[in-house]
Design a protein around this ligand. Sequence first.
Ligand code: NAD
Length: 328
Amino acid sequence: MQILVTGGAGFIGGHLAQRFAADSHDVVVLDNRDPFYDLDIKHHNVEAGREAARNSGGSYEFVEGDVRDAELVTDLVADADYVYHQAAQAGVRPSVKNPRKYDEVNVDGTLNLLDACRDEGIERFVMASSSSVYGKPQYLPYDEQHPTTPVSPYGASKLAAERYACAYSEVYDLSTVALRYFTVYGPRMRPNMAISNFVSRCHNGEPPVIYGDGTQTRDFTYIEDVIDANMTLLHEDAADGQAINTGSTDNIEIKTLATEIRDQINPDLDLVYEERHDADAEHTHAATDRAEELLGYDPDHTIREGVSKFIDWYRDNRDWYEPLVRQS
Ligand code: NAD
């Protein structure tokens, strides 16, 4: 079975491609190696996929290219059975500075893939969506019926993309699923995320910096749980045309998270507070009933377990990863 993973040099796509390769599938990665953060991490992601394929007897091909290139996208989709679309211009705060790029990559890029998937009659299109589609909560936890009123251009672009995916399922009978991720973390995560920053600063004897008063809440979701949810979509038919929350079971305040990390690494440190950014969501919290029902979703990792695993990985990979976090 051939699986096309867009954004497969990135954090989530990298883990996904690695898992598919480890399961002996034929994996093709399409990624433009966008310099949003240091390319060294993308190099490690691609190498992890190649190594998994070498060990399993599967195959792994990396294609450097852009989802905005409709011709290239059509060529690659023609050979694929499944498409897992993880490529995106990520990041809530930078989207405020350059909304048009988010539209071009996240919306037009997704449309290129959807058109090709429809025309080639692939088995299924699975895309990464985001808790950012919800915007200000009218109630929590968000279930999938919660109004979608994104408060950032990034959230708006992810919502438009997943709406297109749902519409293609309805109109063209293409099997599509959008998984709404909630702040995913783990090994090789983007270096500019809160958890990598807290861990790095604590290791260097510096207090973790919290933006706002730290009462913001998040469903930090461990990467392996998100990958498991994606894997079930290779064989689970029930989810067609749906957008599905894949959050964690552990909703946590940022200051509690920072305290947990500080206590695991360097309990003598204080916490430092700086001004909050307007585009950041105050609270995200997922109801995962739909994921449980349709995918048997049952995330394994509490925040304490996931953070411990990440800290272990960080210590083993500190020589190359830490400088990237420091400069981000
Ligand atoms: P990431 O930035 O690590 O990965 C995205 C990858 O897409 C990168 O390798 C980048 O080079 C590639 N890319 C960007 N523009 C491209 C283009 N025009 N053509 C081809 N490739 C391109 O981000 P991530 O954290 O792995 O996120 C993966 C997906 O999950 C994204 O769609 C993101 O919106 C979504 N998501 C992530 C989180 C999270 O917490 N990490 C939360 C919600 C949603």
